[in-house]
Write a protein that binds this ligand. Structure first.
Ligand SMILES: [Zn+2]
Length: 510
């Protein structure tokens, strides 16, 4: 019997903390549903005490997800733990993840507590959290700079108090794989009650070693890895879920454990997260990069054609490349549409919503012959990203011709009013944005503009992500269309609607 390696995904918490990656409640739920279908064991949904927005998002994920444990983060203080407990009330299986700093520098300067007080506080927090759930995880923050003897005492005390998982973070991404593996081994050997808990690791990628450090810990007895889709996360990010899972799966001769992840959901998960956050995946990224399975060199191609295992250690289809099967087309009916959405984990609030979406789907199918899963995600994103669509694009004319100055004419609904504007620009998108700004007068700063094709082919939908900043608030907007100028206009308005409705965004700070 192989050990089970628990996959703890923190895309919605640590991943969301990367600047500009904040997600709405609906987006978090959509990603959580995908993670659940993939077989992720634990989904860390957020930090409920950080803001009302974060509380609501964790609550929505807890209510929606049934097959994965849903986890909320809390500092080792009663009020934080209460917020987490409340947010997780609707979960089938809930976990509270509580943490306190254990390094001399943090204890002295940040917490202003003695080491004894820190132990006492940690124990109190575990017991307090256990009022809400038996499934309590503890992290000693800044473990890497903590004194090993003290770390052992804290961990022994929290295990006695009933913690089921102890998580060792490499918060600043400083350790080397051998060192980190040795740390895990030492803790397991020196802590007398260490056999009563699962050891977990949480590694950051500042030196590009997050995955290596995590795997080294696994070889030394860690049985939970905290990771994120695409390695999303603060600074250089976290360990990438797809790399951890595929390393362990591909090298079953080496690792004494395996995960229960259905790997065919990996690439769709990567695309979903990249689409929602607007963070593109680099082409040479392991597993999920566009080139990860492309063999360019003639020698390689020849080898792969003759016998795939010569150069391929994994099969593209096993991680979900090509899983975007052609499923719907122009002649697909409402039921086929509805059931495909359901399979994708997309639940629409009402029958009316389904009708609207179905009409949009038919429109799209007229312009584009083949509709892939990604198209459906984009279609739904377009519709539900912005709960209150105060400003809507009614029509757009954009003109570009070599040798001529591009111009655009837009008509936008401002509530029930129709506003018209036109402008010239350096290109059709620039002209469109200038025209839109004549109406909105937002004063927002455009921080990011990116275009991705959702599927391949020149009739593919372009998905545009726009990031706007105004008075310290950062919002992302998305728009998809077979015409990228239209997609650009939609993305801009989607971002501006978020600014306009002052939709609260979760900005947890740990
Ligand atoms: Zn982290």
């Amino acid at each position: 019997m192989r050990d089970h390696l628990i996959i703890f995904d923190t895309t919605l918490r640590d991943g969301e903390q990367s600047p500009g990656a904040s997600m709405t409640k609906e987006e978090k739920v959509r990603i959580a549903r995908h993670l659940e279908r993939m077989g992720v064991d634990v989904i860390e949904a957020g930090f409920p005490a950080a803001s009302n927005g974060d509380f609501e998002a964790v609550k929505a994920v807890a209510d929606a997800v049934k097959d994965s444990v849903v986890c909320g983060l809390a500092r080792a203080i009663e009020t934080d733990i209460n917020r987490a407990g409340e947010a997780l009330r609707g979960a089938n299986a809930a976990r509270i993840h509580t943490f306190i700093a254990t390094s001399p520098i943090h204890m002295k300067n940040k917490l202003r507590m003695s080491p004894e007080q820190v132990i006492e506080q940690a124990v109190k927090a575990i017991k307090w959290a256990r009022q809400y759930t038996d499934n309590v995880e503890f992290s000693p923050e800044d473990a890497g700079r903590s004194e090993i003897g003290f770390l052992c005492r804290v961990l022994e005390a929290v295990i006695d108090a009933g913690a089921k998982t102890v998580n060792i973070p490499d918060t600043v991404g400083y350790t080397m794989p051998e060192q980190f593996g040795l740390l895990i081994r030492t803790l397991r050997e020196r802590i007398p009650n260490s056999d009563r808990v699962i050891f977990s690791v949480h590694c950051h990628n500042d030196l590009g070693l997050a995955v290596a450090n995590s795997l080294s810990a696994v070889m030394n007895g860690a049985r939970q890895v905290e990771c994120t889709i695409n390695g999303l996360g603060e600074r250089a990010g976290n360990a990438a879920l797809e790399e951890i899972v595929m390393a362990v799966r591909t090298r079953q001769d080496y690792f004494p454990c395996d995960t229960r992840i259905d790997t065919t959901h990996i690439v769709p998960a990567s695309k979903l997260v990249s689409g929602i956050t607007g963070f593109p995946v680099q082409p040479n990224k392991a597993i999920v990069g566009a080139n990860a399975f492309a063999h360019e060199s003639g020698i390689h191609q020849d080898g792969v054609l003759k016998h795939r295992e010569t150069y391929e250690i994994m099969r593209a289809e096993d991680v979900g490349w090509g899983a975007n099967k052609l499923l719907l087309g122009k002649h697909s009916g409402r039921n086929a549409f509805r059931s495909r959405l359901k399979e994708l984990g997309i639940e629409l609030e009402s029958e009316e919503m389904l009708n609207t979406m179905f009409m949009r789907f038919k429109d799209l199918a007229d312009k584009k012959h083949e509709i892939f899963d990604e198209d459906l995600h984009a279609l739904v994103s377009d519709e539900v990203h912005t709960p209150e669509e105060h400003f809507r694009l009614l029509s757009l004319v954009a003109h570009s011709e070599t040798g001529e100055v591009p111009f655009a004419r837009v008509v936008i609904a401002d509530g029930s009013n129709e506003c018209h504007a036109e402008s010239e620009g350096s290109g059709p998108v620039d002209a469109t944005y200038r025209a839109i700004e004549k109406i909105l007068n937002s004063g927002a700063e455009l921080q990011l503009f990116s275009v991705n094709n959702i599927t391949s082919g020149t009739d593919a939908q372009g998905e545009v992500t726009v990031r706007l900043q105004k008075s310290g608030r950062i919002v992302n907007g998305h728009g998809a269309d077979t015409d990228i100028v239209v997609a650009s206009a939609k993305a801009y308005l989607s971002a501006y609607n978020k600014l306009y409705s002052k939709l609260e965004r979760a900005h947890p700070q740990v």
